[in-house]
Structure formats: structure tokens, C-alpha cells
Design a protein around this ligand. Structure first.
Ligand code: FE
Length: 199
């Protein structure tokens, strides 16, 4: 597990986790590789699956989508995803005119209930500073080339408000049910550094 979360203060839980991890590794009970694999699963697959289900529901249920965009916290809680009391969830819709991308410039605030653990690059100083100054360049480095006519909006998360992107549903997916659609939605698409591709 890497410890690059540069929050201004470490919570007691963070400190406890670190001590526990080093003890487990020291006693030979688990390897750092095992811990890394578990963390990666929470970053890439298990965590973001909740968000992917929210997106798929919004794509297939117009009333739910309306509710989601008006009151993200309530609509997400309706699917059973809650937690981290106090943080409001705001969902931003990508369209053919507007592309949204999320950052936490101060530290690493992230919508845990829908995306799980933030990836290391999200917490990096480079991403946090550059995506604000030169979003198009950063998105290009992620492999996302946006037409000049598309407006890019960068949203700065904080401890009170956590943003999640509702990506555009790709063409050619009309026949897919919500479960098949959810499988297409990546973590990066919900942060706004990727689009969802048709299968
Ligand atoms: Fe933060």
C-alpha cells in the first residue's frame, strides 16, 4: 500500500491502519503485494461498481436521472450507497457541449460511496495543480481528446461537496440492460478523465 495521501492531518484511523499494516507485514502474515492487490481492487473494480450502477440506472430511467441531477445525495442513497456523513454528492452530466472533470485541489476529497478509494494519480500534486490550469492537455494525456467546441468544466471537491460525473451513454448500446451498461462504466469516466466506450 502506498502512503501518498498528503492530507494536512492524519486521522487516528489512518495512523492505526499504518501501524496495523506494518505489523502484519513485519510478522510475515501478509505481503505488501497482497495489500497492494486489495487496494487496487477497491480503486478500480469493487469501489467504482457502485457508481457504475448509478450511471446505468440514470441512463435507463429518465425519472431517476432527473432526481440524480437535482439531488445526488438522495438519489444515490436510494440505491443504498451512503456513508461518510455530511458530504453532499453532486452529479454532473456530460453532454456533447460540456465535459466535466473532478479534482480536489487541496488534498484528495473523493466520492467514496460511489467510487471507493481514490487512485494514486488523483492524489498527486501534478494532477491537482495541472488539471485546473490546463485541463485539455491533462485529458489528452489520459487519452481523451475533446473537440474544441466542447466546454471543459473543472470541479473542485472538498469535505462538504463531492462530485461525480455522469458520462454520456455511448451510441450503439440501446439494446443493453442496466447490468450490461454498468459493466462499461469505468472509474475514470466518473472522474471525467475518460469517456465510456461502446463494447
Ligand atoms: Fe481532500
Amino acid at each position: 500500500m502506498t502512503h501518498d495521501h498528503d492530507h494536512h492531518h492524519k486521522s487516528p484511523a489512518t495512523l492505526r491502519t499504518r501501524v496495523l499494516e506494518s505489523l502484519l507485514v513485519e510478522k510475515g502474515l501478509v505481503s505488501t503485494d497482497t495489500i497492494d492487490a486489495v487496494v487496487r481492487a477497491y480503486e478500480q473494480d469493487i469501489g467504482p461498481l457502485n457508481g457504475a450502477r448509478v450511471v446505468a440506472r440514470a441512463w435507463t430511467d429518465p425519472a431517476y436521472k432527473k432526481h440524480l441531477l437535482e439531488d445526488g445525495t438522495a438519489a444515490i442513497a436510494e440505491l443504498g450507497y451512503t456513508g461518510r456523513g455530511g458530504a453532499e454528492m453532486v452529479v454532473l452530466e456530460n453532454t456533447s457541449q460540456v465535459h466535466n472533470v473532478v479534482v480536489c485541489t487541496l488534498c484528495s476529497c473523493y466520492p467514496w460511496p460511489v467510487l471507493g478509494l481514490p487512485p494514486p494519480w488523483y492524489k498527486s500534486y501534478e494532477y491537482r495543480s495541472r488539471v485546473v490550469r490546463e485541463p485539455r492537455t491533462v485529458l489528452r494525456e489520459f487519452g481523451l481528446e475533446l473537440p474544441a467546441k466542447v466546454e471543459v468544466r473543472v470541479w473542485d471537491s472538498n469535505s462538504e461537496v463531492r462530485y461525480m460525473v455522469l458520462p454520456q451513454r455511448p451510441p450503439g448500446t440501446e439494446g443493453l440492460d442496466a447490468e450490461a451498461l454498468a459493466a462499461l462504466v469505468s472509474r475514470d469516466a466518473m472522474i471525467g478523465v475518460a469517456n465510456v466506450q461502446a463494447p
